[in-house]
Design a protein around this ligand. Structure first.
Ligand SMILES: [Zn+2]
Ligand SMILES: [Zn+2]
Length: 172
């Protein structure tokens, strides 16, 4: 009954309340969790000037039905109209740990026995967003570029810094 359909996603948009500085900080933190837990490139929406169909799915801070943020509502409505998956935040009681040790709060997937099986163990992560190689979540760092968080090998970050010494690469 907890099982959720979890297609393979690479690029997701994270929406939620953005009115206060706390709201925006929470939204950003949630996008980091989404990138880390679901192994996708996660962009958080501080405005509605996105083409939602550039993304595979939308993750909502809270639930789509209780969202009161105008920008977020526009994006959710566009996503639903385009037939895209929109994922509400999981209830805290649904959160837990995969047998591999990875915490799952955003969208805990469960196997047929009802045990949490993380995205990585389910084969649903993209690996390193830089080199495209598969990787264990533990080997990856979440890199921030603008409003987007990507899972990247720490070795790939070192390489990117060498190639583009002036580029700012922040890690979360
Ligand atoms: Zn796992
Ligand atoms: Zn890499």
């Amino acid at each position: 009954m907890f099982a959720r359909i979890a297609p393979f996603h690479t690029n997701v948009l994270v929406v939620g309340p953005t009115r206060t500085a706390d709201d925006r900080a929470f939204l950003q933190g949630y996008a980091v969790d989404v990138a880390e837990e679901t192994g996708t490139v996660a962009t958080y929406a501080l405005h509605n000037d996105y083409s939602v169909t550039d993304f595979d799915a939308v993750y909502v801070v809270g639930t789509a039905t209780t969202l009161r943020d105008a920008n977020g509502l526009v994006l959710v409505a566009e996503a639903l109209a385009a037939g895209m998956p929109v994922y509400d935040s999981a209830h805290p009681q649904e959160a837990g740990y995969c047998i591999c040790g990875l915490g799952q709060n955003v969208q805990p997937l469960r196997d047929e026995r009802g045990d949490i099986q993380c995205f990585e163990c389910s084969g649903l992560t993209i690996g390193c967003a830089h080199c495209g190689e598969s990787a264990d979540v533990e080997e990856l760092e979440i890199v921030k570029k603008g409003d987007t968080f990507s899972p990247v090998h720490s070795t790939c970050i070192t390489e990117a810094r060498r190639e583009h010494p002036r580029a700012k690469i922040a890690t979360a």
